[in-house]
Write a protein that binds this ligand. Structure first.
Ligand SMILES: [Zn+2]
Ligand SMILES: [Zn+2]
Length: 343
């Protein structure tokens, strides 16, 4: 009989359980076996466990998609990583074989399986993955920083669409973990003003620590007026929506010909849209989601230390206390929460 390992299993809306699952073995020449360090909690995870459920998930899978770990064994065709290497993981790795992958469009891979949402993920001891899911980082990289790879890749890849330049001005709506990553990236890209709207005081403080030049409590202050005041009456060059329901607000925050990025993700959000404002100001709106192209770069960004990940990752909680970690993430009194495997 196969050897067993402990895992956190998604059991349907609002529920998870600790169960035993077989330790997976390498089956393909391109497989990599990883000892999981753990997994960050994503807003998607919070939405999956919310009532009503705000994101779908397949029951009875090993949960957790933002995982990372150490290579323990590789298939005979694998040369990109070796046992002992630390790797960040793209849980939505492309197949590498379909028409879109072969055409250089892995984002549009026809065979994507999101591990940790629709197939077995990383909240367990060992995981076996194809080599194209795994990206090596320097040996001294901390596991809790490696855990931000998947969301940071999505943010970094999406931000490239806005073509931000040194000296630009930006408005960021929301300073949850994703908002904090955008603030840090905008800072690293040379924005001279980063105005951040966030109702939770603790998160406004984190926003200032990672690079915001001004924070606004939208429940007490006039965000549009403040952004105008900070940008000589013009509006910001770019606005990043990192909440889910505030795309319409962004329309009033950017200058004519400004750019908006919708990144906040909530399957139940359907805002009404001021079409005339959009067209009269010739605003460009982009969507951002996954960051497959960007995984190599994100591994390099994480190991380089150019982003203040020590401020973005605020809590490390052992997997044996997973409910506590989920409750903390749902409470929003935190930045990124990393769940470390302790079994
Ligand atoms: Zn995620
Ligand atoms: Zn493919």
């Amino acid at each position: 009989m196969a050897k067993m390992q402990k895992a956190i299993i998604y059991k349907g809306p609002g529920k998870f359980a600790y169960e035993e699952r077989p330790i997976p073995e390498i089956k393909d020449k391109n497989d990599v076996k990883i000892k999981s360090y753990g997994c960050s909690i994503c807003g998607t995870d919070v939405n999956i466990f919310a009532t009503p459920q705000r994101h779908p998930c397949k029951p009875d899978i090993i949960f957790g998609h933002e995982f990372c770990g150490e290579v323990v064994e590789v298939g005979e065709n694998v040369t990109s990583v070796k046992p002992g290497d630390k790797v960040v993981i793209d849980p939505h790795g492309p197949c590498g074989e379909c028409e879109n992958c072969l055409a250089g469009l892995p984002e549009a891979c026809k065979n994507i399986i999101s591990r940790g949402v629709f197939a077995d993920g990383g909240l367990t001891e060992y995981v076996v993955l194809p080599k194209q899911y795994c990206y090596k980082v320097a040996p001294e990289t901390k596991p809790e920083f490696m855990g931000v790879a998947e969301p940071l890749a999505g943010c970094g890849c999406a931000l490239e669409k806005l073509n931000v330049h040194v000296g630009d001005t930006a408005a960021v709506l929301g300073a949850g973990p994703i908002g904090l990553m955008f603030i840090a990236l905008l800072k690293a890209n040379g924005c001279r003003k980063i105005i951040v709207s966030e109702p939770i005081e603790h998160r406004r403080k984190l926003a200032l620590e990672v690079g915001a030049t001004r924070v606004v409590n939208p429940e007490e202050e006039d965000l549009v007026a403040i952004v105008k005041e900070e940008t000589d009456g013009l509006g910001a060059d770019v606005a990043v929506e990192a909440v889910a329901a505030m795309l319409v607000d962004c329309i009033y925050l950017v200058r004519p010909h400004g750019k908006i990025l919708q990144f906040g993700h909530d399957e139940l959000t359907h805002p009404e849209f001021p079409v005339a404002e959009l067209l009269k100001n010739e605003i460009e709106v982009y969507g951002g989601y996954l960051g497959k192209y960007y995984m190599r770069k994100v591994a390099q960004i994480i190991e380089s230390g150019i982003l203040p990940l020590d401020k973005i990752v605020t809590d490390v909680i052992p997997a044996s206390r997973y409910q506590e970690a989920l409750d903390l993430a749902a409470s929003k009194q935190c930045g990124k929460v990393f769940v470390a495997i302790d079994f």
